[in-house]
Design a protein around this ligand. Structure first.
Ligand code: RIB
Length: 318
């Protein structure tokens, strides 16, 4: 038998980085309402950067990130948070302001987020070349806070290089079937799933969650996962449904809980080529990491390390 090359377990995350401006308040303001908040803080955030940090802290795979930052002080804490987590950066310098997000977190841990994309809008298809061609990676993980043509071009390029493409379709938006056809693993919350089904289905009953997952799978996506907050998550992998219940915890701040799930899941999957065997265990690990993120404030500041997740799983009792 010829010598087999060792499996490449590197992950490339391509996406957004935002500096989060966070205020805590009793409740999130309704339209036209002003609420008086309390303490204010900035945190490194952005769905892409959060997911890269979650991958790196999960510790199973080398993590790289392709991102665009502005020539300003907002970029500095973002760069250093990613680097401290062990993420190797492939940076595009934009003339726009670094991405920012304005977040209100209520006392029951819910949030409302408005993103000003800034430099993230300047991540373009041609920037794929910013990552040297000889850099190995087995998974590309993306979100929707960068331009859609970029997401689609990167997905195609990664497929051509033999990597699996994971898309967290957040924030919710319609997606062309040409992009969905390039996705191996789709991760969405209920709202994002409903948006995708609405745009993709001309008629038919897609109200039932399982039917919605089946609809997305019918577009050629091998694995579709919907996160359900306190209800856990549900996956459809090659015709089989897999349920993972949520860990019961005291919620402080749900910001980046979904990002932690995505990054931890891909890191867990990257350690094993046999996805079908590994998926239930990966869903459990990702759910535990996401639960821990809900117990802490901020985005990247809330993402646990591998050891913290293992300790939580060892001591957790419902
Ligand atoms: O998913 C949470 C993230 O959404 C925040 O960190 C914010 O920057 C926005 O991108």
């Amino acid at each position: 038998m010829p010598d087999m090359a060792p499996p490449t377990t590197a992950i490339l995350v391509a996406g957004s980085a935002n500096l989060d401006f966070v205020v805590r308040a009793a409740q999130i303001p309704a339209p036209s309402q002003t609420v008086l908040g309390r303490d204010f803080q900035t945190y490194p955030g952005g769905k892409g950067a959060n997911q890269a940090v979650a991958c790196a802290r999960a510790g199973n795979a080398a993590t790289r990130m392709l991102l665009a930052l502005g020539p300003d002080d907002f970029a500095k804490p973002l760069r250093s948070s990613l680097q401290q987590a062990g993420v190797v950066l492939h940076e595009v310098l934009s003339s726009k302001t670094t991405g920012t997000a304005f977040i209100c977190v209520s006392d029951d841990g819910e949030n409302a987020i408005t993103v000003a994309p800034g430099a993230n809008e300047d991540l373009r298809p041609e920037h794929w070349n910013t990552v040297p061609a000889d850099v190995p990676f087995s998974y590309l993980l993306m979100q929707l806070e960068t331009p859609l043509p970029t997401v689609q071009a990167f997905a195609l390029a990664a497929r051509e290089q033999g990597a699996k493409v994971v898309l967290n379709a957040a924030p919710a938006r319609d997606l062309p079937n040409e992009l969905l056809a390039l996705i191996d693993i789709l991760i969405v919350n209920e709202g994002e799933l409903a948006t995708l089904c609405r745009s993709a289905v001309a008629s038919g009953d897609t109200h039932d969650l399982r039917q919605q997952l089946q609809h997305m799978a019918g577009l050629g996506i091998a694995t579709v996962i919907v996160t359900l907050g306190s209800q856990g998550c549900l996956a459809l992998h090659q015709g089989q449904f897999i349920e993972q219940t949520a860990f019961k915890i005291q919620v402080l701040d749900t910001t980046a809980a979904g990002d932690t799930f995505c990054g931890s899941l891909v890191a867990a999957l990257a350690q094993d080529a046999t996805l079908a065997l590994n998926l239930p265990a990966a869903l459990r690990t990702a759910s535990a990491a996401s639960a821990l993120a809900c117990m802490r404030l901020g985005a990247q500041s809330s993402i646990p390390t591998r050891q913290q997740v293992l300790d939580f799983l060892a001591t957790y009792s419902a």
